[in-house]
Design a protein around this ligand. Structure first.
Ligand code: XBP
Ligand code: MG
Length: 256
């Protein structure tokens, strides 16, 4: 029997619905500002999400969807510059405050902190993007609430590899049995399960049809007491929103 000590959150799609109206829009702004005639529609972006990481996604787009593009000599630098421009646009969009946290996220984080749980972030996105989202939704002081923010290129392999979760666990000096992960996507859960973490899934528009085999529970959202989640898979242990009682019960079922 191991004690639950930490909650580790994915960012994109889990804390906020950032992909369609945040990242995608910022990529398109970067393409335009660089003089490229590329445009990623919401549908195409859904296909591009097969690959995590913005730089990796740009490469995947050119390999699979825009093979006519003649790559500049220094292609690595081209991708890096284009992606840096995208990060600039994304953080500006966050500052405009158009992307709120998903339902229940702020409440759950408050409950976890109140109860003395350690909290951390494990994400594929660029660190500046996490700073922008957390600051613009919870306030600048909230950055200190997260004991570790594992993000972006800090590990060589992005999700679905377990590396970013392994990194966060190591930095927190805990074993997987002492933590629980919160994810929204197939690549996310492949990463967290490979790191041996019990995983709670909240789906979103892009991931509702994903295969979440191995999840402790699959919900459409964390929900609030007066705006409950829909249970998609698993046992909600009599709860109608994702609270600590449910999280502890899921952890207990996995490790009890
Ligand atoms: C998030 C990602 C990221 C963002 C873009 O995946 O795949 O690449 O879409 O961010 P997850 P960057 O939620 O599984 O961590 O452009 O900064 O890479
Ligand atoms: Mg995600």
């Amino acid at each position: 029997m191991s004690t639950l000590k930490a909650l580790i959150f994915d960012v994109d799609g889990t804390l906020a619905d950032t992909e369609r109206d945040g990242h995608r829009v910022a990529f398109n702004m970067a393409f335009e500002s660089t003089g490229l005639d590329w445009h990623w529609s919401p549908e195409l972006y859904g296909e591009l999400l097969a690959v995590t990481g913005g730089k990796e996604r740009i490469r995947y787009y050119l390999e699979k969807f825009n093979t006519e593009f003649s790559k500049p000599d220094d292609f690595d630098a081209f991708v890096a510059e284009l992606h840096a421009a995208k990060t600039g646009f994304y953080t500006k969009l966050m500052a405009e405050g158009k992307i709120p946290l998903r339902p229940g996220v702020e409440r759950l984080i408050a409950e976890a902190r109140e109860a003395g749980y350690r909290i951390a972030i494990s994400t594929t996105t660029t660190p500046e993007n996490v700073t922008a989202l957390v600051t613009d939704t919870l306030g600048a002081e909230a950055l200190d609430w997260f004991e570790v923010i594992g993000a972006g290129d800090i590990v060589p392999l992005k999700k679905p590899a377990p590396d970013i979760y392994d990194y966060v666990l190591k930095e927190m000096n805990i074993v997987p049995e002492e933590a629980i992960a919160f994810e929204d996507s197939r690549n996310g859960i492949l990463s967290s399960l490979s790191a041996n973490l019990t995983t709670v899934i909240t789906t979103n528009g892009y991931t509702a049809e994903d295969d979440f085999s191995g999840a402790a529970i699959v919900l459409d959202q964390m929900g609030e007491p007066n705006a409950p989640f829909t249970l998609l898979e698993g046992n909600a242990h009599g709860e109608n929103h994702l609270n600590l009682a449910l999280i502890e019960a899921l952890h207990q079922s996995a490790h009890g």
